[in-house]
Design a protein around this ligand. Structure first.
Ligand SMILES: Cc1cc2nc3c(=O)[nH]c(=O)nc-3n(C[C@H](O)[C@H](O)[C@H](O)COP(=O)(O)OP(=O)(O)OC[C@H]3O[C@@H](n4cnc5c(N)ncnc54)[C@H](O)[C@@H]3O)c2cc1C
Length: 419
């Protein structure tokens, strides 16, 4: 097969490039940004996507850069526990769940792509501007985004739009989609060196629909007894007219910390953590409606370009990585490009669409609002106002929906051992 052109060098595009290369395809990645840097703050990788990255040979690099999450805990806004469950290896999963710096992950992937494919196969400063296709080939046009100057036309057998939330390629599937769909909630994100809390590997979410905090370490201590890089996300409803959404709009954390001034749980003070951070990033929580189709002839979409979702459930990066594996599998089957892209779409569209919609109901986090609605504030130590069975069912249902429940992971592990 001829070259695969991947537009977008984010987590989705880079892991797709590695999967395609491993399957024997010639791949070139085109990235808008001229000099990729370690942008963003924390991100989670769920065990089914860690499996893909381990298969790509990145096990040691991930283990060195990430924190293997041991527990997910939900609390009310006074720190009283709602639900706690082991995660990753602590839950008996065959692969860890990782929390890490998003920019570090992107760099680990970028270096791996450059090593495997050759540095000349990653063309930075190349922003996809348009394409033409016929029965035999696709030609993609690229510009320098800042000047608008043409920088090249490239011919391939397949064009993959891994170009994120504001995807150019997606516009060829939905012409009048307009801006992303605003949730009514704004996220503020930051990362700061802080003493470890609980076992040093726990991720917790506290609060309810009107105010929430999500906190987890994304890098362990650099020396025994040292601080850990701690990621936090604060969330609140804000009445906004969202025309676009930028992941990197910097704001002063001092504007956000006072809302959490009395969130002192004994084992962590959320307000003090936020106040000690140098810079926060504001991101209106957005998504887009699921598409009916995302493949046409020789072009297809992947990751946030295909199914941008709200971050509840920590799934965006993982689902993008799973897309890359599914795309490489489909293109390696002997069925011709258009049929392969349809097979890829069939494997991924329905499950990711269900997640987009589930995350609009706050995904697994919605139990926090159940407690807010039902609790008379007499629960101590642990909430009893919502039956444990309901909480357990909810947690399991979301894991099944996202494809990382224990039974599914164990079946994947058995398949790998048999292969
Ligand atoms: C700068 C940035 C910071 C982020 N920070 C966080 C964070 O802190 N926490 C979190 O959970 N998620 C964050 N995300 C989102 C998260 O990385 C994605 O939701 C997820 O990893 C899916 O990845 P993706 O590769 O599909 O999309 P993205 O990660 O958005 O990657 C898309 C890539 O395509 C490039 N691109 C865009 N348009 C074009 C074009 N026309 N031609 C060529 N290249 C193009 C972009 O520069 C980017 O590198 C961030 C995304 C970005 C871009």
């Amino acid at each position: 097969m001829g070259p695969v052109l991947v537009a977008g060098g984010g987590i989705g595009g880079l892991s797709a490039a590695l999967c395609l290369h491993r399957a024997g395809h010639e791949v070139t990645v085109f990235e808008t940004v001229s000099e990729p840097r370690e942008l963003g703050v924390g991100i989670n990788l769920l065990p089914h996507s860690v499996r893909v990255l381990h298969d790509l040979g990145l096990e040691a690099e991930l283990a060195a850069a990430a924190v293997a999450t041991s527990e997910l805990r939900f609390c009310s806004d006074d720190g009283v526990m709602i639900w706690s469950e082991p995660r990753g290896l602590a839950a008996g999963n065959p692969w860890p769940q990782y929390s890490m710096h998003r920019g570090r992950l992107q760099m680990v992937l970028l270096e791996a792509v450059r090593r495997a494919l050759g540095s000349d196969r990653v063309l930075t400063g190349h922003h996809l501007d348009g394409f033409e296709q016929d029965a035999d080939r696709v030609v993609a046009r690229f510009v320098d985004r800042r000047s608008g100057t043409a920088v090249g036309e490239y011919e391939g057998e397949v064009l993959v739009g891994a170009d994120g939330l504001h995807s150019v390629l997606r516009r060829s599937f939905v012409h009048d989609e307009g801006p992303p769909r605003y949730s009514g909630l704004v996220l503020w994100r930051g990362a700061v060196e802080a003493p470890p809390f609980l076992d040093g590997r726990t991720m917790f979410m506290a609060g309810h629909d009107l105010q929430k905090a999500v906190v987890y370490p994304i890098r362990g201590p650099l020396e025994p007894g040292g601080t850990v890089l701690t990621n936090w996300v604060a969330e609140r409803p804000v009445d906004l007219d969202v025309a676009t959404a930028d992941w990197n709009a910097a704001v002063d954390p001092g504007e956000i910390a006072p809302w959490f001034a009395d969130w002192d749980f004994g084992w962590i003070h959320v307000g003090e953590l936020l106040a000690s951070t140098e810079v926060a990033y504001e991101f209106p929580m957005v998504d887009r409606d699921p598409l009916d189709r995302w493949s046409d002839g020789r072009v297809t979409l992947l990751g946030d370009a295909a199914h941008p979702m709200r971050p509840n459930g920590s799934n965006g990066a993982s689902q993008a990585i799973l897309d890359g594996e599914a795309l490489a599998d489909a293109l390696s089957a002997d069925m011709g490009v258009p049929a392969a892209l349809e097979a890829y779409e069939a494997a991924r569209l329905e499950s990711t669409s269900r997640l987009v919609l589930a995350n609009r109901q706050a995904g697994p986090e919605r139990v926090m609002q159940w407690v807010e609605d039902r609790c008379d504030r007499t629960c101590r130590g642990q909430h009893t106002c919502v039956p444990t069975g309901d909480l357990e069912r909810e947690a399991n249902a979301y894991k099944q929906l996202a494809g990382f429940d224990l039974a599914t992971l164990q079946a994947l592990s058995r398949d790998q051992q048999d292969a």
